[in-house]
Write a protein that binds this ligand. Structure first.
Ligand SMILES: Nc1ncnc2c1ncn2[C@@H]1O[C@H](COP(=O)(O)OP(=O)(O)O)[C@@H](O)[C@H]1O
Ligand SMILES: [Mg+2]
Length: 256
């Protein structure tokens, strides 16, 4: 059985014990804070979490880990969700801002849908699939270009919608961590987003995809993009004039 398939259900009361307490209070578990977080889980009506995923902390399988939080699978009323828990060493005091930014993205159908939250936790749609970079690297054989074209089109369209909304994701210069390709394409993690900064969703993603990211050579080969000076030119156009016309100009240049 693959690492991703094995799973173990833990009742929330057991999360007060080591090593499970690490889930509640990563990376520095303390009893008082663990109890505080257990109360938040009860408020969210979560009665168990499921240890499953490809990331490990203290030997426990979880869905993922970032600078601000860890993410575990949970079930509520028989349905699976992702539970994002603030790290105790996070450089922010609550998840409030992330909730606000994610809710804004959700208003146009982008990002995992937020279902409930407390100061330190967010319950959201569970997203399954591979990160975009791994997915692009695994493309092989007939139909690859078509699949890639579809996915890149979906991604850039979501980026354009975010630009239009005035919401800058903030971390799309590294697509590996924040774009999941599965049944749908989902942009994750609005913790560094802002609705007051200049938006760079389309330009950061395009830079990664077509110009300088670790998969850009592969993407250019699949899409038969020989020169990239013209792509950079279109990106400049778009940067100065963020409208549908310049966006379509860019899409055309990258054969989407
Ligand atoms: N809704 C989700 N469904 C499935 N996995 C998720 C979800 N949200 C985050 N993850 C996983 O957890 C990792 C860390 O989440 P992220 O939101 O980036 O945390 P941080 O804000 O700390 O950077 C992600 O890279 C991803 O692998
Ligand atoms: Mg992150």
């Amino acid at each position: 059985m693959s690492a991703q398939k094995t799973s173990k259900k833990i009742a929330i009361e057991d999360l007060l014990r080591e090593p499970y307490r690490q889930i509640l209070c990563y990376p520095d578990s303390n009893e008082k804070e663990a109890k505080n977080r257990l109360r938040q889980l009860k408020k969210l009506k979560i009665d168990s979490i499921i240890l499953q995923g490809t990331t490990e902390i203290a030997g426990l399988k979880i869905l993922g880990k970032g600078c601000v939080s860890i993410v575990v699978k949970t079930k509520l009323n028989g349905r699976s969700f992702a539970l994002k828990i603030r790290r105790v060493d996070a450089n922010r005091v609550s998840m409030d801002r992330e909730v606000e930014m994610s809710t804004l993205a959700n208003s146009i159908g982008i990002g995992p849908k937020i279902h409930a939250h407390t100061k330190d936790m967010i319950v959201m749609d569970l997203v399954s699939g591979a990160d975009l970079t791994t997915w692009v690297r695994s493309l092989n054989g007939p139909g690859s270009t078509l699949k890639l074209r579809t996915i890149l089109g979906l991604l850039l369209k979501q980026c354009f919608m975010l630009d239009q909304l005035g919401l800058d994701h903030g971390q799309l210069s590294n697509l590996k961590k924040h774009v999941i390709v599965g049944r749908k394409l989902v942009i994750l993690d609005f913790e560094s987003s802002s609705s007051s900064r200049r938006t760079s969703n389309v330009t950061s993603s395009s830079q990664y995809l077509f110009v300088g990211g670790p998969i850009s050579k592969r993407v250019r080969r699949f899409m038969r993009l020989r020169e990239y000076d013209t792509i950079i030119e279109r990106l400049r156009d778009y940067k100065t004039n963020k409208n549908e016309e310049s966006f379509l100009g860019l899409l055309q240049q990258v054969r989407l």
